[in-house]
Write a protein that binds this ligand. Structure first.
Ligand code: SAM
Ligand code: SF4
Length: 341
């Protein structure tokens, strides 16, 4: 049965890999579906969504999060997708996750469509914070990037999140050459005016269409150069630790801006993340080429202990780095929306 398929690695279990890193931050994808079609993420026609029976039920998701928190030392849970707000059971999943521990940090990365309606319920259920993805503050550019005319909904969602206490509200932005790469300063100005913490993220080779090219990517150095034409940036005192953003105060503070140079200055050596896909696969890295199937084991009757053992084994295979700059680099088979960004 399942027993001889798993290896007990140690009694004091943690999600440690062979390079001394320990994962304590769990990213949980609640669905691979989305109501936007950001060009760097999905093709216009969408993707073949996971068949319903493969997607974990609410009970199954909460059980696996419980295994991670209660057996494996995870103390941060972030819901993502696809778009987590399209998952019907979201508020209940948040509530049951919160019940796993008051000191658990529970957050969500979202495109904010519909957040205006649910922000209060999510805060009451125990969500601590949200990160909202927004790459432009121009409605026409928003439409170009996301292929949907929903800019106002995102703005309303952000405001509702702030009002509901889901702060500090962070905004994640990706710059695309020839599309919004001239808009970095105005996006920062807008975020400072609204009290949102902006983070630029370098575009990564994770789109379903495999349209990423190193030469076309807007680099962190370019982003700094553009921002410094209008703002004075100084390294913020906050230690970087495992947080991937390089943080700067803007014009003497208190506003800050971050740049996440995943490609040009990888932070793999400090990575403390592990991912669970909507269909119950553990991924030890965004760029992993292998996954460990917890869903099948769980549905076959594995105990929490056995699931924890499998998870530990899955982490041992984590690679030292993503290797995007290696000639042998291969994009993972699944796109970002299916892995959970
Ligand atoms: N739908 C939610 C959202 O957009 O926030 C959550 C999922 S989305 C995949 C998570 C994050 O990944 C977003 O901030 C998005 O901008 C980012 N993302 C998607 N594709 C990316 C890519 N190819 N390179 C860098 N970031 C990407
Ligand atoms: Fe949807 Fe987020 Fe991907 Fe945009 S980045 S298509 S909002 S999953």
């Amino acid at each position: 049965m399942l027993h001889h398929m798993t290896t007990r690695v140690s009694d004091q279990r943690a999600l440690a890999d062979r390079f001394g890193r320990v994962a304590t931050d769990l990213r949980v994808s609640l669905t691979d579906r989305c109501n936007l079609r950001c060009s760097y993420c999905m093709p216009a026609e969408g993707l073949d969504w996971l068949p319903g029976e493969q997607v974990l039920t609410d009970d199954e998701v909460v059980r696996l999060i419980g295994v991670a928190v209660q057996h494996l030392g995870v103390h941060e849970v972030r819901f993502t997708g696809g778009e987590p707000l399209v998952r019907r059971g979201l508020v209940d999943i948040v509530r049951r996750t919160r019940a796993l521990g008051d000191d658990l940090d529970v957050s969500m990365t979202s495109n904010a469509l519909g957040l205006a309606r649910t922000a209060t319920a999510l805060a009451e259920a125990g969500l601590d914070r949200v990160n909202v993805s927004l790459d432009t503050v121009r409605a026409d550019t928003f439409h170009t990037i996301t292929r949907r005319d929903r800019f106002d909904d995102v703005v309303a969602g952000l405001a509702a999140a702030q009002a509901a206490g889901l702060g500090p509200v962070k905004v994640n932005a990706v710059l695309l050459r020839g599309v919004n790469d001239d808009q970095a300063p105005e996006l920062l100005r807008w975020c400072l005016d609204h009290g949102y913490d902006l983070r630029f993220i370098e575009q990564m080779p994770l789109d379903a269409q495999h349209g990423w090219h190193r030469d076309a990517m807007v680099t962190a150095d370019e982003i700094f150069a553009m921002l410094e034409q209008e703002f004075v940036l100084e390294p913020a005192e906050e230690p970087r630790g495992s947080a991937p953003a390089e943080l700067f105060t803007v014009d003497g503070g208190p506003g800050t801006v971050g740049v996440i140079a995943s490609v040009t200055r990888p932070f793999c050596g400090d990575c403390d993340r592990v991912r669970l896909t909507a269909d119950g696969q553990v991924r030890n890295c965004l760029f992993a080429r292998e996954e460990s199937d917890l869903r099948t084991a769980m549905r076959a009757g594995a105990s929490d202990e056995e699931l924890a053992d499998r998870w530990v084994v899955a982490m041992r295979g984590k690679a030292a780095g993503h290797g995007i700059d290696d000639e042998t680099f291969l994009q993972p088979a699944r796109p970002m929306s299916a892995i959970g960004g």
